[in-house]
Design a binder for this molecule. Structure first.
Ligand code: SF4
Length: 445
């Protein structure tokens, strides 16, 4: 029987700005692509599958405390590692106000030492576990609508973006990655559920979809069926994917709407990749990238700096080489040992790791590197951002999108489509939590 307990699930509070995955890699304050984290994908999945819970996404501190005053049996927190100090402040506030049961979820739960602050931790994708905790069962997981946007530094929203997850989890063995500790049983989201989300996106005017699976393409048949749907509905789409999988499918998918790939190069030196057990070969990844670029795809590359063999000058040399690829956006990460990964165990034993969790945002050096100090790294990052993500590069990405439209609809049609994207993106209410009410009805707030 469904429990009558009042449950509030929230993210960390916002300090006036949203975390910007893309913008945080750019030195320009004027011409800069932005992809702010304005909604919580995890909490929307939970709300979709257990509608009786209430969710709060990046509330201000005031909104959070006001909400607490409504009285709750359980308050849960969905968080990442760099949010731990803020979440513990929120937990204390909830306890002070007499909330008797506190839950924690999302990747932040893997952080050493947090367990003592919570009555229950949910590690992994937890719709089923939370439902059971509340006395009910869910069937298959239903994918909620997840609409966000791509914008620029001036605050203008360029186009809506429909997010999909076609699978979740990964059992791969990359030493730096927390996913195998979070969810090592990859599983599919049903095609039926993905189909409904895609239909919703089409109906509200989204024409740009991106699959943010940890490992898109891992289930080949399922992925082929998802691509059939994306193609059938006429979306421009993108995915976060491994180079070897992309290499196999690049030609076919680029003819079926693939316009953007998020690809981990990780590092130009094979010895560094071998050290973290990254299964791919640098040369193969770069070859795939060059092919993708020739096909006109937007490429967002991930690159890690700060391996133990590296020093400031060697990183500068590699980054200068990398900049010749002229990718649309390069997401730079400082090699960060994350809790419950083989990399953590290795670095902690050999060099030592500091435990200021707020710095675990991949933009700080959090361990005692043999050749680089934290302040060297700060300066180096700024240098790398200037080299890899100059403002003109994001301007070129916008132009490329227009060119795709132009080739599909002609010059005037391309302009109209671009205007339509901007108009819709600036009219949509992203903070409205929309869920599907029943198999028949569409999403509503
Ligand atoms: S980096 Fe990608 S492939 Fe490797 S373990 Fe993590 S999710 Fe899996």
């Amino acid at each position: 029987m469904l429990s009558s307990k009042k449950v509030l699930l929230t993210t960390a509070f916002s300090k006036g700005t949203y975390y910007d995955y893309v913008g945080s890699n750019s030195p320009s304050i004027f011409i800069r692509a932005s992809y702010p984290r304005i909604i919580s994908y995890g909490l929307r999945f939970l709300k979709q599958n257990i509608p009786s819970i209430e969710i709060l996404e990046y509330p201000t501190w005031r909104e959070y405390t006001k909400k607490l005053d409504e009285g709750w049996d359980i308050v849960g927190f969905s968080f990442y590692i760099d949010e731990v100090p803020d979440i513990l402040r929120m937990v204390n506030e909830a306890r002070k106000r007499g909330i008797s049961e506190i839950w924690g979820g999302n990747y932040g739960t893997l952080t050493y030492g947090v367990e003592s602050h919570f009555d229950k931790l949910f590690i992994g994708y937890s719709e089923g576990d939370i439902a059971r905790e509340l006395g009910t069962e869910i069937g298959g997981v239903i994918h909620p609508p997840l609409v966000t946007y791509l914008g620029n530094a001036g605050g203008l929203k360029n186009n809506m973006l429909g997010i999909i997850f076609t699978t979740r989890g990964c059992a791969g063995g990359c030493h730096f990655c927390q996913t195998p500790a979070f969810c090592n049983k990859p599983h599919k989201i049903s095609l039926e559920s993905i189909d409904r989300v895609l239909r919703y996106y089409r109906d509200v005017g989204v024409n740009d979809v991106i699959a943010l699976d940890e490992n898109f393409g891992a289930f080949r048949k399922h992925t082929d069926e998802v691509v059939d749907l994306l193609d059938e509905y006429g979306f421009q789409w993108g995915c976060m994917i491994r180079g070897d999988i992309l290499s196999r499918k690049l030609s076919e998918w680029s003819e079926r709407g693939l316009r953007r790939v998020l690809l981990g190069i990780e590092n130009l030196n094979q010895e560094n990749l071998d050290a973290v057990d990254k299964k791919e070969n640098t040369k193969d990844i770069l070859d795939t990238m060059i092919r993708a670029k020739k096909l006109g795809l937007q490429i967002i590359g991930y690159y890690m700096i700060g391996f133990e063999r590296e020093a400031v000058n060697s990183i500068k040399d590699d980054v200068a080489e990398l900049s010749k690829l002229k990718l649309d956006v390069m997401q730079l990460c400082v090699l960060t040992p994350l809790p419950r990964t083989p990399l953590w165990d290795y670095i902690d034993k050999k060099f030592g790791i500091e435990r200021d969790w707020s710095k675990f945002d991949t933009k700080h050096l959090v361990w005692k590197h043999p050749n680089i100090t934290p302040s060297d790294m700060e300066e180096l990052l700024k240098w790398c951002f200037r080299k890899l993500n100059p403002g003109r590069r994001s301007a070129r990405s916008y132009y490329r999108k227009y060119r795709h439209y132009k080739s599909d609809y002609g010059a005037l049609g391309g302009f109209i489509q671009t205007y339509r994207d901007v108009y819709l993106a600036n009219s949509f209410n992203y903070r409205d939590v929309r869920i599907f009410q029943s198999p028949e009805k569409d999403a509503s707030s």
